[in-house]
Ligand binder design. Structure first.
Ligand code: NAP
Length: 533
């Protein structure tokens, strides 16, 4: 076992966008910090999710840091929506530009993290046997980083390779002249399927539940537009911070039922042609009133029907649940891919998968031979990466035990019984309901300001009180139940993982309200936290 010689102020887990900025900000504030990262490089989710077609569903000019004006002005994005390789390059650029690589230990997967009440510090140990001690520990482990492998029998029996979209091989996968099976039709499936179909000899898509997808209408980023945005970047960022989801755009407050059918249809058409997630901003009550939601569902069904030539396939691709209940997908040529001769769609509701075998996928009705199987079944979201580690707080309390019946936290930032531990975009924060970049920057700044406040005053521990955590969590659940958002079964509430507690995890009260609450807590001498000498 190699013990670190230094006792750091802050141990940071994860070198994604949150971990990188944490390290930089700690250094700016004069705090010593060390990052441990499981991967061999920076980038977090963008390091692992290298499947063909992986692309951000938030526009490039908004899916980037704002903490450094020069960085914001000097970096040039090539497309309206950035593809994974370019986002990864950006993360690598940031790591180099701010000289962060010397503060990161790669191939350090945290196994345990435990708090020593007497010494008032955290000790982390990695699977390679190394340990790291620090006064504070910040988990920057991401919301979508623990891949979900479906419980299908026969992975080892299959003769060919099985690739999870969230663990994609760095050397890529050659689909040329191959028969491919894709299981799962969420964002990862919807983005990769058109690319795999274009390369493969044959593609069979196994769909359990169809998802709503709007076209990205991706294109090269017009340099003139980028310049205009850069000239007014502060204004754009301010405007975004005032939006519920922290994404700038036009969100109507009007009811979908307050306009004529023709006007509404034209608005949906206009937004469909514009592309992207702000499609859902067409009317203010789409996620509040079932009848309003139904009007958008009807529009998307009509679109699918107009694109997909085989009407049986079109029917199978039409989701029947609330639009916007699950995270919407943003695609390029997804529905049109089903018009290709080399693509077939299998409905798992009429013929569930029974197992994988030597030559492919077996369902209750047929055998589908494949050379390569792609698993696009998502993540154990929000709590998965944290529960993967053995995190022990005061008196040895295990986080996984505390969260057995579902997570709870104070502001998605801290937990009672876990002094000096912080989570970036943890359950109970807006996180996945927002543009992750401003959300994680907000958390990094709040957490590091808090640690700085503690160090300046020679205080030893800070811990959320049980009552503050309880009150916040009750509020998180109350706002989750406003409108239609939480009515759909989704990974937001753990429904995609067998045995996981059914609790809506992200904070649905909106980014501005959330930031105000965090600000009030901090300026009120960290209201809801107990501090000790
Ligand atoms: P996902 O949305 O959870 O989708 C998983 C898919 O796998 C669903 O279609 C699911 O069907 C299916 N599935 C799960 N278990 C299955 C089983 N045992 N048999 C057959 N099918 C099964 O996961 P994801 O597509 O990876 O996306 C997760 C989130 O990551 C997204 O919502 C998004 O927030 C983020 N993401 C974003 C981007 C982007 O920025 N563009 C790209 C990729 C991912 P059921 O619905 O029936 O469970």
């Amino acid at each position: 076992m190699k013990k670190s010689d230094t006792e750091y102020d802050v141990a940071i887990v994860g070198a994604g966008f949150a971990g990188l900025y944490l390290l930089h900000r700690c250094r700016q504030l004069g705090l010593t910090a060390r990052v441990w990262e499981k991967a061999t490089g920076v980038g977090g989710v963008w390091f692992w999710n290298r499947y063909p077609g992986a692309r951000c569903d938030v526009e490039s000019m908004q899916y980037c840091y704002q903490f450094d004006t020069d960085l914001q002005q000097q970096w040039n994005w090539s497309e309206r929506y950035s593809a994974q390789p370019e986002i990864l390059q950006y993360a690598q650029h940031v790591a180099k530009r701010f000289d962060l690589l010397n503060g990161i230990d790669f191939e350090h997967q945290v196994e345990n993290a435990s708090f020593d009440s007497e010494k008032a510090h955290w000790t982390l140990s990695a699977t390679n046997g190394n340990t790291l001690s620090a006064r504070y520990c910040v988990m920057a482990t991401g919301c979508l980083s623990q891949p979900n492998w479906p419980a299908i029998e026969g992975y080892d029996d299959f003769n060919g390779p099985v690739h999870h979209t969230a663990l994609w091989p760095h050397e890529g996968v050659d689909f040329h002249n191959k028969s491919v099976a894709v299981i799962g039709t969420g964002s990862s499936g919807i983005q990769s399927i058109p690319h795999i179909a274009a390369d493969a000899k044959a593609l069979t898509v196994f769909q359990r539940t169809p998802n709503y997808s709007v076209p990205a209408q991706n294109a090269p980023l017009d340099p003139k537009l980028a310049d205009t945005i850069k000239a007014n970047y502060a204004q754009l960022r301010q405007s975004a911070s005032e939006k519920h989801n922290a994404i700038d755009g036009h969100y109507s407050t009007q009811s979908a039922l307050s306009v004529s059918d023709e006007e509404r249809w034209a608005e949906y058409e206009r937004r469909w042609n514009h592309g992207g997630l702000t499609f859902l901003g067409a009317y203010g009550d789409l996620l509040r009133k079932q009848e309003s939601n139904d009007t958008m569902v009807e529009f998307v069904h009509a679109k699918i029907n107009s694109i997909v030539k085989d009407k049986q396939v079109a029917q199978l691709l039409m989701p029947r649940n609330i639009i916007g209940g699950k995270r919407m997908c943003v695609d390029t040529n997804y529905y049109a891919t089903y018009n290709r001769d080399n693509v077939q769609l299998i409905d798992l509701n009429s013929q569930p998968i029974t197992r994988l075998n030597t030559t492919g996928v077996q369902t209750t009705q047929s055998q589908f031979d494949a050379d390569i199987i792609v698993i696009a079944t998502g993540f154990d979201a929000m709590t998965g990466a944290l529960n993967q580690m053995d995190i022990r707080g005061r008196s040895g309390t295990a986080l996984s035990a505390k969260w057995q019946d579902g997570p709870s936290s104070y502001l998605g930032l801290a937990m009672h019984d876990f002094p000096n531990l912080f989570t970036v975009t943890g359950p109970g924060s807006p996180s996945v309901l927002t543009n992750m970049m401003p959300s994680l920057e907000h958390h990094v700044e709040w957490i590091t300001d808090c640690i700085f406040h503690m160090q300046e005053r020679n205080l030893a521990t800070i811990e959320a009180t049980a009552s503050a955590e309880q009150a916040w969590w009750q509020h998180v659940q109350e706002v989750a139940n406003v409108g239609l958002k939480s009515a759909t079964k989704s990974w937001y509430s753990g429904a995609n993982i067998k045995g996981k507690a059914n609790v809506f995890m992200p904070y649905n009260g909106g980014f501005p309200q959330y930031c105000k609450k965090c600000h009030d807590v901090a300026t009120n001498n960290y209201d809801g936290f107990l501090k000790s000498k």
